[in-house]
Design a protein around this ligand. Sequence first.
Ligand code: DQA
Length: 176
Amino acid sequence: MTTKRTSRAAAKSVPSLHPHVLVLHGPNLNLLGSREPVHYGLATLDDINRALVGRGKAAGAQVETFQHNHEGALIDRVHQAAHDHVDFIVINPAGYTHTSVALRDALAATAIPFVEIHLSNIYAREAFRHHSYFSDLAVGVVSGLGAHGYELALEYALHHLQNRTPHGSQKTEKAH
Ligand code: DQA
């Protein structure tokens, strides 16, 4: 007899037909559009999210977005992502990039692959922004390409998920 438990476990090991991508935005990113445009541009968070959700739909993927100014809420959302079987995370940890061991630990605990993204080039700014608690765990980092960087990160996520084998491992990719 197939119990609920085994069928759920099986569902987890087989990649879903519709990849599920979570885009997480850290503190102060709700102010995009008016916040220091010289660093972060003029696109609002709504503009960015709308473009990502639309791109996801066109590719047959579910793209969810979440912004919060509190560390604990972001950590809870990462835990929830594991529960929801999210396949990939795109995260701009914003100021927490440079401070949050706890958010890093949440991503490490769930082991969901993620791309770290920054609108500005953090390496061309103040020295305290040069260190990230996330980069060594990330699949990759996009920094300095403005709102376009989110689109590139999502394209990568979709490409990465399309290249999964039925068992969830990655097909061998050509260097690009
Ligand atoms: C940021 C860069 C961080 O240093 C900063 O604290 C942010 C935004 C970026 O997107 O460029 O809030 O992550």
